[in-house]
Structures are given as C-alpha cells and as structure tokens.
Design a protein around this ligand. Structure first.
Ligand code: IMP
Ligand code: MG
Length: 218
C-alpha cells in the first residue's frame, strides 16, 4: 500500500449502521462512468458525503467570496496536482472575473513510513509570483504538512499575498497549523475518494465524494 494510505487506513471508520444511500449520479446515460474491473466505479462507494450538485454549489459560493475579497486586484490561483484538478476546473469556471491559473506538483511524503513534512517540488510554477496575489487551491487538507510547507515556500517568493482554498479539511488529522481562508467543508477523519481524490490512483473520476466500501481495501 502506498505510504500515505497505510497511514490513513487505520482511521477508516467502521461500516455505517445506516444503509448506503442510492448513488445520485445514476443513471442518466451521459453520466455513466466507464466500467472498471467489470464493475462501475461508483459501486465501490459505501457512502456519498457530497454529491456533484452540492460540490458545484459550494464552489460557486467560495468563488463569490474570493471575488469579493480580491475585488480590483489581479488574482493567480495555483492548483496542486493531481488531486486539485477537478476543484480547479470547477472553481475557476465559477468566477465571473478574470483570473490566471498555474500549477504545482509536490510529493508530500519522504521515503519513511510516516509523513515527514518533507515536501519535494516535482513541478514548480511557471509564473513569477512576486508582487502577485496568490490563492493556493487544494482538494483536501489532512495533516496540513504539505500546505504548511507550500505556503512558506511561496511566501518566500515575495508575493503580495498567499491564501489557501480547499474543498475539504480534516480538522482532527491536523498536525501543522495551516491558516486556511476558504474551506468547502470540514469532514471527519475518514478516507474519502472521488472528485480528484484517489485511492491507489483510482476513483479520481467519480463525480461525487464518498467513502469506500471496506471490501475495496482487502
Ligand atoms: P497532508 O495535508 O499534507 O497530510 O496531505 C494531503 C494530501 O494527502 C492530499 O492532497 C491528498 O493527496 C492526500 N489525502 C489526504 N487525505 C486523503 C483522503 O481522504 N483521500 C484521498 N487522498 C487524501
Ligand atoms: Mg492534494
């Protein structure tokens, strides 16, 4: 199992007592996901936390809040690959103003079995951010180690400001204080997939966010 997940799996909540909700993303023809391993991707979800519609609604609200805060200023939003791809795409299109987009890719964990706070830049920004207002966009903040490191890294490049927007945050998992200005939702310390979030690189293409059925892990 990849290191990051081995760390997260013990936190996986036991199967819920309540029956799994039927998935809201079924079954309009245009929205069916391709079959994977003879089963549809959604079948592995045991519980949907946020539907596609809820996510879009929340991103719209976040975009409006950001627009108000940066009125009259130029704004660069920086997506953290690969998980933030969906959030970036939908958040960016929720703005009714001009923004610029750039991307970074980082590896959050070193060679150890625990998250070390050591972050390696795999792909740096193409943009010189000195004097610019930057909002880092991520899909989830877990321990906070990645974003805490990233914020200080970007801050050292003399930007006008650096803030963070994340769709999800797990307050119970936080190990490093991270000043997050825009949060979609705080969630319990459970492993979630979908909408950019992966388990072993899969499930990113789900439109909803949910928890995986225990059989997936065994
Ligand atoms: P951290 O905040 O530095 O611990 O790292 C956050 C990264 O770990 C995220 O950007 C995700 O890639 C990954 N991650 C953390 N929690 C989850 C989860 O519940 N599902 C999928 N990936 C997760
Ligand atoms: Mg990420």
């Amino acid at each position: 199992l990849p290191v990051a997940y081995r760390r997260l799996l013990p936190d996986l909540a036991p199967p819920r007592a309540k029956p799994a909700r039927p998935l809201p993303c079924h079954p309009s023809p245009g929205r069916r996901l391709p079959a994977m391993d003879s089963a549809h991707v959604e079948n592995d979800l045991v519980n949907v936390l946020f539907t596609e519609a809820q996510i879009q609604q929340r991103l719209q609200e976040m975009a409006e809040e950001i627009e108000r805060d940066y009125e009259g200023e130029e704004l660069l939003i920086v997506g953290i690959l690969r998980g933030a791809v969906m959030v970036m795409a939908d958040l960016a299109r929720s703005f009714s103003r001009h923004i610029e987009m750039d991307w970074m890719a980082v590896s959050s964990y070193g060679s150890g079995t625990k998250s070390s706070g050591v972050v390696r830049i795999l792909k740096d920004l193409d943009t010189d951010i000195s004097g610019r207002h930057v909002v880092i966009v991520d899909e989830i903040i877990d321990t906070g180690l990645t974003l805490s490191w990233l914020t200080s890294n970007l801050s050292s490049r003399n930007p006008a400001s650096v803030q963070i927007a994340t769709l999800l945050r797990k307050p119970e998992a936080l190990q490093m204080p991270v000043d997050v200005k825009y949060v979609g939702w705080d969630i319990p310390n459970e492993f979630v997939v979908g909408y950019g979030l992966d388990y072993r690189e899969k499930y990113r293409n789900l439109r909803d966010i949910g928890t995986l059925a225990p059989h997936v892990y065994s």
